[in-house]
Design a protein around this ligand. Structure first.
Ligand code: ZN
Length: 327
């Protein structure tokens, strides 16, 4: 990745200015909504810092030895830390290994860059270990943390980083970019809505048939509510979906149900399925919906620990059945 997205011009200019003035910090924290390209930006910035012949636009050349090593995932001065399993925690052993590598001098004698993403996935021990590194910065080293959930990062970590905020792109810019990158541009509008306006998330959805999956999950939820499918069986099917999508979607759907029940359907984010959500919410008391939303929020948090995901889904879907049967 040696490009920036059209909606990232402003943060890129900020980054270049800080670089040209020699004001790059030892730690940058990139934050903003999910699915808008923050991690890609971080990689672009890290690649540019290591590139041997940066272009006039500040971007890496893409052909030098350093760029090639990064492309193949083998640059010894570019260290990337992410959860070993999607959706799980970044563990202390991973941060310890980072600290060990940072104790050695940079292999190429230039900058060393570290990417931690998603930073909020660090468990407490890992965050504390990283904090020590942030407190004792090294010259010519840039640690870039990326998060979509800023509030979940300890304040101690946040306070030691220079912040770089990423906003949700303007709808028109996101839509025009999306149309130019997917096979079926006619789907772009619907995809962008489903992705809450986040263009990269929308592109990913187009690539892996997410729209169809989302429709299937909504049908399942309706069937469970109507007693046509067993909660336990549906939980088993939902477990096969990767990266906790069912939980995330269910959370957003219930948020929309609450908005609809509060009387303003136009505020629903999932406009394309607002009618279905409205009929699902009809027989449920508003207070019970709020309570269910709390349970969902807990489940999303527990899922990132070692909790049994099947049990979480079963519990939620059983509760969902209960909500629907109490009139
Ligand atoms: Zn290069």
């Amino acid at each position: 990745m040696t490009n920036i997205y059209p909606w990232q011009t402003a943060p890129w200019q900020q980054f270049l200015q800080r670089r040209s003035k020699g004001q790059l910090p030892h730690a940058l924290l990139l934050y903003g909504p999910e699915g808008i390209g923050k991690e890609e930006f971080a990689r672009t910035a890290a690649t540019a810092l290591l590139c041997e012949q940066v272009g006039a636009d500040g971007l890496a050349c893409g052909v030098c030895k350093s760029c090639q090593l990064i492309d193949s995932g083998n640059h010894p001065d570019f260290i990337s830390i992410q959860p070993e399993e999607a959706g799980k925690a970044i563990k202390i052993d991973q941060v310890r290994e980072l600290i060990r590598q940072m104790s050695l001098s940079a292999h190429f004698g230039g900058y060393r860059t570290v990417l931690v993403s998603p930073a909020e996935q660090m468990n407490l021990a890992a965050a504390n270990a990283l904090l020590k590194t942030l407190e004792e910065p090294q010259a010519n080293t840039l640690i870039i943390l990326v998060t979509s959930q800023l509030s979940r990062l300890p304040a101690t970590i946040r306070s030691r980083c220079q912040m770089l905020r990423f906003s949700m792109p303007e709808h028109a810019a996101a839509l025009s970019w999306l149309k130019s990158t997917i096979d079926d541009p006619a789907q772009a509008d619907k995809l962008l809505i489903t992705a809450g306006g986040a263009p990269l998330l929308a592109r990913q959805m187009a690539a892996n048939g997410t729209i169809q999956l989302r429709q299937q999950l909504l049908q399942d939820l309706t069937a469970v509510a109507g007693g046509k499918k067993q909660a336990i069986a549906v939980a088993g099917e939902w477990l096969k979906q990767t990266e906790g999508k069912p939980l995330q979607w269910l959370y957003h759907w219930v948020c929309d149900m609450i908005r609809i029940k509060c009387g303003d359907e136009s505020l629903a984010i999932n406009q394309d399925i607002a009618n279905q959500l409205q009929s699902l919410a009809q027989a449920i008391d508003l207070k019970r919906l709020y309570h269910f939303l709390d349970q969902l929020s807990d489940a999303i948090r527990f899922r990132q620990t070692s909790a049994n995901e099947l049990l979480l889904l079963e519990g939620l879907l059983l509760n969902w059945t209960y909500l629907k049967t109490v009139k």
